[in-house]
Write a protein that binds this ligand. Sequence first.
Ligand code: FES
Ligand SMILES: [Fe+2]
Length: 442
Amino acid sequence: MTELDTRPAPARTDVDDLVRPDRVSGAVYTDPEVFELEMQRIFREGWVYVGHESEVPEPGDYVTRRIGREPVILVRSKDGEVRVLANRCSHRGNRLCNAEKGNSSTFRCPYHGWTFTNAGDLVGVPMRQGYAERFLAVREELGLAPAPRMDSYGGFVFASLTAEGISLREHLGSATGAIDRLLALSPTGTLDLRAGWMKHRMRCNWKMVMENNVDGYHALFTHQSVYDAVRPAKVSHVPTKVEVYVRDLGDGHSEIDYAAEYTRLDDEFVWFGRAPREKLPKYVAAMEEAHGPEATHKAFVVGPPHTLIFPNLFLAEMNIMTVEPLGPGETIAYTTPALIPGQDEMNERMLRRTEGAMGPAGFLIADDGEIGMRNQFGLAAREPEWIQLSRGIETDIEDETGIVNHDKSAETPQRGWWKHWSSVLNGRAPGAVSGSTGEERA
Ligand code: FES
Ligand SMILES: [Fe+2]
């Protein structure tokens, strides 16, 4: 009689079966094995956005976050260094810090009271006489584990839970240009992400939330109520009438780029409800003082980026979005306005606009959450297997900025996302650390 084979099933690495240049299988959103593979290859081994330096300006400031499913603390330690530490007590694994944010010189575990400095060193073990000498010898190794890799760009802090791999700059590739474009709107070249995070629990896959942000096709339909209520120009969604481009920036990053259209119009603040300069005199003066009149005019015309940075950061013009995947069909989306330090008149307007778009009674994100949920419902039907992503494939143009399509409703960003996603999951992407079957196939 053959013995039962009790070995676990091998993880599916053959995601190439799920992704074609013009379509993907619905399983990419629903399959628990795919989700597990993403947690490993994307969220453990790759670079993941964690938080912003402005959220922890003073020594002792911290916020708690998750990288994939793993809890971390982003903290400015007493030496002024920003650190990403495992939010896990080194005694028996309790989640150490349970507040969303705060300021503290130490973290004390709620279970047995072990205490760590805000740099992660273990400094307090209650009733330590109960431990043998052997423990005392290894005690200094029991600090909070720092993320093996951590780096930042423009104040945006990223970390990786694996020591080896490409640098953050390599990961970001040309997406650094989008961060620069946002920072160009600040007189100090810095942002303030402390307005508070809006949280939306979405009953859909995290990739649906991210990809939809660079879908230039859905607005007239999913957001029809906006057009019915506030009547913005529908013409801005007719591809032949506007110069709004979609772009696959490579490395999974992509965008909807309004720069050409705004430059053609040469009007300032079209992206900001066409607010006239006179309404923002202090901001205009601070910008001109910092950057000169020409660069200021250009920044005001071109406006902020609408750029998705793989895997979990979306520069939503003057908002920032990140996602926390909870499972194949459940995600928390976090959004906050990108405030400009010291510019109250600007920030006041920004808060109102953010409430209108992203707030609980807002226009945009509620629609997107609902459509995401319905997408997940639809995908429960396993046939037909494929989701169509061929829109604009014949009109994509490759240039020095990436793969561009002059029709904003083209699915160029989605094709770029999936190409990169499959190469990361198969260990083929540059800097991927996992053993791979992808090489043999390539
Ligand atoms: S688990 Fe933290 S002190 Fe015991
Ligand atoms: Fe939308």
